[in-house]
Design a protein around this ligand. Structure first.
Ligand code: CA
Length: 228
């Protein structure tokens, strides 16, 4: 699954350049032209990282940063601030508000791409590494193979993506709707019941070589992957 990056930037030349380069690097992107759009995009689907312009119309970058940090589900969302300001005081203010990194315009695209990678590696290591381990489950994303306690597990493509998604956020509880958006994509129409079917298949496959049930059902909330 491609990491999803929201580009909140009102200068179209900049946002298009960012989109082009990020997509060439294998990221999925969405552009917000002002602060309202940025908040709407985040509400629809929490990105893996946000590039956030300081001077945005409607809601400023700094205010968005503050709002994102105060909400539990986005408190850890990686944010890189983009700004034309160069003054040290502003830099410090940006980091105090909770940005993870800071890039001053005009920036070199290569440098920004390197910063994106570095921030993702630091904050979401599971997103960037080919191998993810959760408990006794090992996922190799380069070969699309899964083992549990050293034994091969065979998964269909949807079950693999589900497991990968859970493993990127171990322990976190996802509602059916969140799983639909994250695994199937928000523009695909799939019934919530379909999620239960694939969870059932994933569970069965993961338990086929023994071991306890690694997927927790949280009543009226959803599902999560056990971390123990
Ligand atoms: Ca701007």
């Amino acid at each position: 699954m491609k990491p999803f990056i929201v580009i909140a930037e009102d200068e179209q030349a900049v946002s298009e350049l960012l989109r082009y380069n990020l997509e060439a690097e294998g990221y999925e992107t969405a552009i917000a032209n002002d602060g309202d759009e940025a908040m709407l995009l985040i509400d629809e689907r929490i990105p893996d990282l946000m590039l956030l312009d300081w001077m945005l119309p409607k809601i400023s970058g700094i205010e968005i940063c503050r709002r994102v940090r105060t909400r539990q589900e986005t408190a850890n969302l990686p944010i890189i601030m983009l700004t034309a300001r160069t003054e040290e005081a502003d830099r410090i203010r940006g980091l105090e508000t909770g940005a993870d990194d800071y890039v001053t315009k005009p920036f070199s695209t290569n440098e920004l791409m390197a910063r994106v990678k570095a921030v993702l590696r630091r904050i979401r290591p599971a997103l960037m590494d080919d191998r993810i381990s959760v408990g006794d489950i090992q996922i190799d994303r380069s070969t699309h193979s899964v083992t549990r306690a050293g034994r091969d597990i065979h998964l269909g493509p949807t079950e693999f993506r589900l497991l990968e998604y859970f493993a990127q956020h171990p322990g976190r509880v996802f509602s059916r709707e969140q799983l639909l958006d994250g695994v199937w994509g928000s523009d695909v129409y799939v019934e919530a019941r379909t999620v239960d079917v694939h969870i059932g298949r994933l569970r069965k496959a993961l338990m086929s070589e023994g071991g306890n049930n690694p997927i927790r059902t949280v009543r009226s909330a959803g599902y999560s992957l056990r971390t123990d």
